[in-house]
Design a protein around this ligand. Structure first.
Ligand SMILES: Nc1ncnc2c1ncn2[C@@H]1O[C@H](COP(=O)(O)OP(=O)(O)OP(=O)(O)O)[C@@H](O)[C@H]1O
Ligand SMILES: [Mg+2]
Length: 192
């Protein structure tokens, strides 16, 4: 992976998995993580994660976990990012705000991928319209299933990859989510 990568996770919509995914990806890449969201990241990723009141541009390998209002600092981050990851859920409210977020980001940078998070296979047909709407944006789509691995990862401060290799039982339990996550991680690493 080349140096000086700035990767941003953004959605105006709350609770879509921005912090969970950015913590996992940043830690697996050994990148610092900066956020404008008051979460547990400084505790679970000590020395590497920092919560900032105001987002500013930092020109080295860095991950941003950003939500809320798009201000000038965030626009600078959008413009400079090598990749912008937009996690979403499939309910209609999330889709609406996700599409709106993507349209806004697109004004500054079109290198956007969408992560459909908390997917439950059995319910997928119910969300056909939502998925069609996302497909219509012409961005690459990734799927991350609903899994307690995400909650555990935040509680324990370990990534899904770290949990997966811990014990044979963990490998068995987390096989599905690890596969989903590995696809995203490889995309982010840039070696599709
Ligand atoms: N794939 C998943 N499976 C199960 N639970 C998940 C998954 N992704 C996220 N969650 C849970 O959803 C909740 C919201 O996730 P997270 O805090 O990462 O979202 P966020 O977008 O950062 O939220 P906020 O807008 O509050 O910053 C958390 O409780 C997290 O554990
Ligand atoms: Mg968050």
């Amino acid at each position: 992976m080349s140096k000086n990568k700035m990767i941003t996770v953004f959605n105006k919509k709350g609770g879509t998995g921005k912090t969970s995914l950015s913590f996992n990806l940043a830690k697996d890449l050994d990148f610092p993580l900066l956020s404008n969201d008051d979460s547990v990241i400084e505790k679970i990723y000590p020395g590497k994660a920092k919560i900032l009141d105001k987002i500013k541009l930092i020109e080295h390998d860095v991950f941003y976990d950003l939500g809320g209002f798009i201000d000038e600092g965030i626009i600078e981050v959008f413009k400079t990012s090598s990749l912008i990851i937009v996690p979403t859920l499939l309910d209609i409210n999330s889709i609406k705000r996700t599409i709106n977020s993507i349209m806004e980001i697109n004004k500054y940078n079109n290198k956007i991928i969408v992560v459909i998070n908390r997917v439950e296979k059995k319910k997928l047909n119910k969300y056909e319209l939502s998925i069609n709407a996302l497909e219509g944006l012409g961005k690459e789509l990734f799927f991350i299933r609903e899994s307690e691995a995400i909650t555990n990862s935040i509680h324990l401060g370990k990534t899904i990859s770290q949990l997966y290799i811990e014990t044979p039982l963990a490998a068995h339990t987390y096989k599905g989510i690890y596969k989903d996550y590995e696809k995203l991680l490889n995309r982010v690493k840039g070696d599709k």
